[in-house]
Design a binder for this molecule. Structure first.
Ligand code: NAG
Length: 507
């Protein structure tokens, strides 16, 4: 199907996969702000804080795009969205497309109310806003039209013939409820789940299992059969509790081992993989290299072993993984490598792994026998500029172990505000050059892991740690005067200012 193809471009995927990159990007791209020229009449309604609620309340089905004028993905979506709006305006029932400039101050409350975390974000509002769902469809006109037509129709399609079944159950996840009658608690619960998850999965129902392409045609009813284009190809489930059913669908739709390569048909499964709160075990290697099959089958075997144990598995092709390598600070020479990332950011790494080592290494991880891995730039050999360079491997020592008053900037090399701050920080550092108690430092937070004491949501982020270890974030003016003042006011006096190790030695 063409639909899932355009949903994620490479750049988008990088953001989805490595969401921590997203917020700084949002904070920084403001600089690119360019006013878009509004001209021709549009089928897309323009909403803002003043008419948003009234408009949504009036419509049984309305889609709202939250966008920012500077966002490249939004600009690419705009003509597609417009085209879809024009076609869908003639749909029965009508499907209305709208947009909100979430960059406008007056609309920021709306954006935060609907948890808009990146641009563009599309939401579907049903029943005058009673039901709000994330849009999870394609981003090109035909795909948007097809997806929204389906979204505006019934949550579960009736399957009356094997043709219906073979038209609906194609190369993606499809869930079918098989019931003697389309009534009763089990059926109602099934429809409830279908309504809740419909933006993400396709649902159908039938009274005859024999119409379906796979599975036991004489199975005892009712039953839910989930079809998937990977692993065991279908699974039956008989618990009609709403929560149980929802959990089953979520977990059955993640492949035992997700594949990360350039094939876009894998993207929907990757998104599930990365959105899961489970630990993520990722094996990166050259798919065209030797031994691929051995790696794949060993990883699969291991993954089967840990099914349901809160750890998901992925195999990634070196060719598609530059983003991941940069994010984790990995090098091509280290492949085949396996890395585990926990939800709290803790990581474990084994470079140059062999197929036979996979199972024991994962077991060691589960048993708590591995030491975490930290991404760090090398410790600089020369570090004699006024602003000192800190890397992950020296972070703790400088900030908490030096017994000094330390002002530390977390920056990103691409960040414009950081570039503007650089000469100011130089000026601050020079003004303290003769004060052995004060260190002005910076760390590239994209090349070094930031530990949990620091909450770095955007760049630049400035932290100050007094010599007695009191940590605070600096959010005052970004002028040399204000920063110098702050450092002076918040510094603890050390007892022997001329000895660099004084405070530490005395503790
Ligand atoms: C992967 O291996 C193939 C075959 O040995 C080689 O031609 C290719 O350059 C390798 N790809 C990378 C990214 O190293």
């Amino acid at each position: 199907m063409a639909t899932s193809r355009v949903w994620i471009s490479a750049a988008c995927l990088a953001l989805l996969v490595f969401p921590s990159l997203l917020s700084p990007a949002l904070a920084e791209e403001e600089e690119e702000a360019a006013a878009a020229a509004e001209s021709e009449p549009s089928f897309v309604l323009t909403l803002d804080h003043s008419n948003f609620y009234d408009t949504v309340a009036k419509h049984p089905f309305i889609v709202v795009e939250f966008y920012a004028p500077w966002c490249g993905h939004c600009k690419r979506l705009a003509p597609e969205y417009e085209k879809a709006a024009s076609v869908l305006s003639k749909n029965d029932p009508p499907v209305v497309l709208a947009k909100v400039d979430a960059n406008e101050d007056v609309n920021k409350e709306l954006a935060s109310k609907y948890e808009v975390k990146g641009f563009p974000t599309l939401k579907i509002f049903r029943n005058g806003g009673d039901i709000i769902q994330d849009y999870k469809g394609p981003r090109e006109a035909d795909g948007i039209i097809e997806y929204l037509k389906k979204q505006a129709g019934p949550a579960s399609a009736v399957i009356k013939s094997s043709e219906d079944a073979s038209n609906l159950i194609v190369d993606k996840i499809f869930i079918v409820g098989i019931f003697q009658e389309f009534s009763g608690e089990e059926f109602e619960n099934y429809i409830k789940v279908a309504e809740k998850l419909r933006t993400e999965y396709d649902f159908g129902h039938t009274s005859e299992a024999k119409l379906l392409p796979r599975g036991d045609p004489t199975v005892k009813l009712p039953v839910v059969r989930l079809f998937k284009p990977f692993d065991e190809l279908f699974v039956d489930f008989k618990d009609f509790d709403v929560d149980a059913l929802e959990k089953f669908i979520e977990s059955a739709s993640i492949p035992v081992v997700a594949t990360f390569d350039k094939d876009p048909s894998n993207h929907p499964f990757l998104i599930k993989f990365f959105n899961s709160p489970n630990s993520k075990a990722m094996l990166f290697m050259n798919f065209s290299g030797e031994n691929f099959d051995a790696f794949k089958s060993k990883l699969h075997e291991t993954a089967e072993n840990y099914k349901g144990k809160n750890i998901n598995f992925l195999i990634g092709d070196l060719d598609a993984s530059q983003g991941a390598f940069q994010y984790f600070g990995l090098k091509e020479e280290q492949v085949p490598l396996i890395i585990i990332q926990e939800n709290d950011g803790k990581k474990y790494l084994q470079p140059k792994v062999s197929p036979d080592q996979i199972a024991t290494w994962v077991k060691d991880y589960i048993d708590g026998n591995l030491k975490p891995y930290r991404k760090s730039e090398p410790i600089p050999e020369v570090n004699n500029e006024p602003v000192k360079i800190v890397v992950a491997d020296t972070l703790q020592e400088v900030v908490f172990g030096s017994g000094k008053n330390v002002l530390l900037e977390f920056y990103a090399p691409w960040c414009g505000h950081c570039k503007k701050l650089a000469p100011i920080l130089d000026e601050v550092a020079i003004s303290f050059e003769n004060n052995a108690d004060v260190i002005i430092a910076k760390m590239d937070a994209t090349a070094n892991d930031v530990t949990n004491e620091f909450d770095v949501q955007g760049y630049p982020t400035l932290y100050f740690s007094s010599s007695s270890g009191k940590l605070s974030q600096y959010d005052g003016d970004r002028t040399a005067e204000a920063i110098i003042n702050f450092v002076k006011t918040n510094s603890d006096a050390t007892s022997q200012p001329d000895s660099p190790h004084s405070a530490k030695d005395e503790l």
